[in-house]
Design a protein around this ligand. Sequence first.
Ligand code: CP
Length: 317
Amino acid sequence: MRTYTNVKDLDDLNAAVKEALEIKKNRYAYKHLGENRTLLMVFFNSSLRTRLSTQKAGMNLGMNTMVLDINQGAWKLETERGVIMDGDKSEHILEAIPVMGSYCDIIGVRAFAQFENKEDDYQEKILNQFIRYSGKPVFSMEAATGHPLQAFADLITIEEYKKSARPKVVLTWAPHPKALPQAVPNSFADFMNEADVDFVITHPEGYELDSKFVRGAKVEYNQDKALAGADFVYAKNWAAYADPNYGKILSKDTSWTVTTGKMALTNNAYFMHCLPVRRNMIVSDDVIESPQSIVIQEAANREISAQTVIKRMLENL
Ligand code: CP
């Protein structure tokens, strides 16, 4: 594997989940693969889970790991070509990327959508420059339009907890005070559309996601109807995608918050969220603290999804 930016990079998804579950049983069995290899993780945005789980995954594989926080101590980077650099940006990303590549064997990049220009966000300008100019295998640690390590961990978690061969999985929008990117719901939809699940997306009108990710999934605007009989409820906020409202908050309707009343509509569903989560906006205290909440197990599987991806990259070096 040379790049990991979406579900297609895993090829056979069932085989990838199987491999991940094998790795989970013995996560230190592949230490030889990473000997004298270096993982560089570059963060343009904040992180708790991705930073720790990916670093742990690299260490499980015997790698040396380095973390660069672009906004804390690195030179401020110019990302546009042709700009006269007479402002506050000291270094161009076109020099910075190959330099970073020269110090490592594999690079993970986190670069969120900026909501300034939809085309730039959906062209994955920053991630793709790393792929093009670093000379090294690159994986997404959440980019503008996708969070494939999260979605892979979500699928592993569903595989571990499902009680039927084809569970009903509902992705529900929920309110949030800030405008959040569509990366997590995009990737979750991308993975669920490839998985053996009955997948439904529910959100208020105006929050339609890019059809490239929704594909043939059922979209139900009535949250109660969508939740009926669900085996897994995956809550997430996202800002509007469709023009002219790209990046805007259209609703903070707390009737979409996942409460015990909402969970009572389901088939005793498990509650999932990628975290961090705003309690009593996205989900009530009662639900996230209930035995049906598997958010911690889901976060723990981030180590496994990252390790599976990095292992495949190491095997291909
Ligand atoms: N879910 C997730 O990516 O968490 P962090 O933003 O803390 O890395």
